[in-house]
Design a protein around this ligand. Structure first.
Ligand SMILES: NC(=O)c1ccc[n+]([C@@H]2O[C@H](COP(=O)([O-])OP(=O)(O)OC[C@H]3O[C@@H](n4cnc5c(N)ncnc54)[C@H](OP(=O)(O)O)[C@@H]3O)[C@@H](O)[C@H]2O)c1
Length: 234
């Protein structure tokens, strides 16, 4: 497993749910953390806790449905760090269940694709070149195993588009020292997953760390966090 202590991480959606779990696991491994949410207050307690433990931790705010804020987020993170080593694209939205599966609500598609597809792809495209230049990087894009739920199609389609980006970019990262992979957390009880989900949010660990820690430098793989739940790391 890789030693990622002292590596700079940009983690989106760090304030709640899965992102909060991942931020703790990254802190345990001694990373320098840049924690994103929509409001600096949402990660205030995490930043304070990590700094008190002697780590370097910063908070950045960006509304990912606003493309200008996405670009600003990448620029700020690159300025603070001097170069991001681990990009963890976790933030996403899932708009409400639509009983009529034939409804095409353009605004729901537009918002879902902006936050769940275009924002993470923009962060990848702005951060990957520096990783390739420094010959090290780990990119994790959080996807979903959602299937057969056309009532949530804006969400499902936006995640499928992100998967496509990862699969088609993967061969171009071969031999660069940089990997980009997908992480399916499973269905978890979070604000997004809802109270009916079968799995506790804590079950995303340790699996969520596997695509960060693997030394193997192949890209384009799908990791299911639930495969590792209750087990050792790798
Ligand atoms: N939970 C599940 O069952 C499940 C299943 C499959 C995949 N996933 C994926 O796992 C990831 C995390 O999900 P979660 O369940 O942890 O979600 P969550 O509890 O709802 O947390 C969402 C996070 O994303 C941020 N966020 C939400 N909307 C945003 C926006 N418009 N702009 C910027 N940041 C925004 C939130 O920041 P604020 O606190 O500032 O709002 C928060 O940190 C997502 O990619 C999701 O698709 C989840």
């Amino acid at each position: 497993m890789l030693d990622i202590s002292g590596k700079w991480v940009l983690l989106t959606g760090a304030s709640r749910g899965i992102g909060r779990q991942v931020s703790g696991a990254l802190a345990d491994r001694g990373c320098n953390l840049i924690l994103h949410s929509r409001n600096l207050e949402h990660t205030f307690d995490q930043v304070a806790r990590f700094q008190a433990a002697g780590l370097t931790a910063h908070a950045l705010a960006a509304e990912l449905s606003d493309q200008r804020q996405v670009v600003r987020l990448a620029r700020q993170a690159l300025r603070i760090s001097g170069g991001i080593d681990v990009l963890y694209n976790n933030a996403a939205i899932q708009l409400p269940w639509r009983e009529d599966m034939f409804e095409t609500d353009l605004e729901e598609y537009r918002q879902s694709f902006q936050v769940n597809t275009i924002a993470p792809i923009t962060l990848c495209n702005m951060i990957l070149p520096g990783m390739i230049e420094r010959r090290f990087g780990r990119v994790v894009n959080v996807t979903s195993g959602i299937a057969d739920m056309p009532q949530l199609m804006p969400y499902a389609a936006s995640k499928a588009a992100l998967d496509k980006y990862v699969y088609d970019m993967a061969p171009h990262l071969a031999g660069t020292g940089v990997t980009m992979n997908l992480l399916d957390p499973g269905w978890l009880r979070t604000d997004l997953g809802g109270p009916e989900a079968p799995n506790a949010v804590e079950s995303v660990l340790p699996g969520a760390m596997v695509p960060v820690l693997l030394e193997d430098d192949t890209s384009g793989k799908w990791f299911s966090a639930q495969d590792y739940a209750g087990k050792g790391l790798i």
